[in-house]
Ligand binder design. Sequence first.
Ligand code: C5P
Length: 222
Amino acid sequence: MSGALAGRRIVISAGPTFEDIDPARFLGNRSSGKMGFAIAGEAARRGAEVVLVAGPVHLSTPDGVRRVNVRSAAQMHQAVMDAMPCDVYIGAAAVADFTPRAALDRKLKKQPGQDVLLLELVKTRDILAEVAALAQRPDLVVGFAAETNDVAAYARGKLERKGLDMICANQVGLPGCGFESDDNALLVIDAAGDRPLGPATKSALAGQLLDLIGQRLHGAEA
Ligand code: C5P
């Protein structure tokens, strides 16, 4: 197979993470995983060797993709590190930033008269920043940023702080786009500038994003 992605090893994270509080409860988020799964499927169609590290979502595995299921941010970190090294890492998962200090092994009970519950949360490891800092770093490290406001400025800050090559920003709350939707709009930011993609289906956006990634890989070799 020809094309910039043929034979490349691409690791993609997708979906939410669930951080357990006790056997019955968890902290999660509204990521559907659809964007990451669309990228994984399209990359496999283009001949890449794809590992998809998936948080808890009910989506079928795209053809030709090796899927590793995880639940928590810690498990996602481990699975991503186990999948290294690779040529391209795309962090499309909505990884929890904080997790309960310890999951309880019994269901948390409310006490009579209790009005307030304090949960102690500790910072999770930043998978994306750690991948970007690996000695055997992928040629391209691509992040996602979901923002409600000042999208470009926050995303550019993340690009620099986390040592990324490219970041795909999406505005949370745009009608018809985002978390559970089949459509999305992205602002792709890298050293060359800002490029708006969409609004379009997540599968069309996946193709456009992989075109940009293919061009970057090609440029790195030229
Ligand atoms: O800082 P923020 O969480 O908004 O950054 C989002 C990007 O960072 C996404 O690409 C997400 O997959 C990644 N991330 C990560 N590990 C974390 C938190 C975020 O890989 N613990």
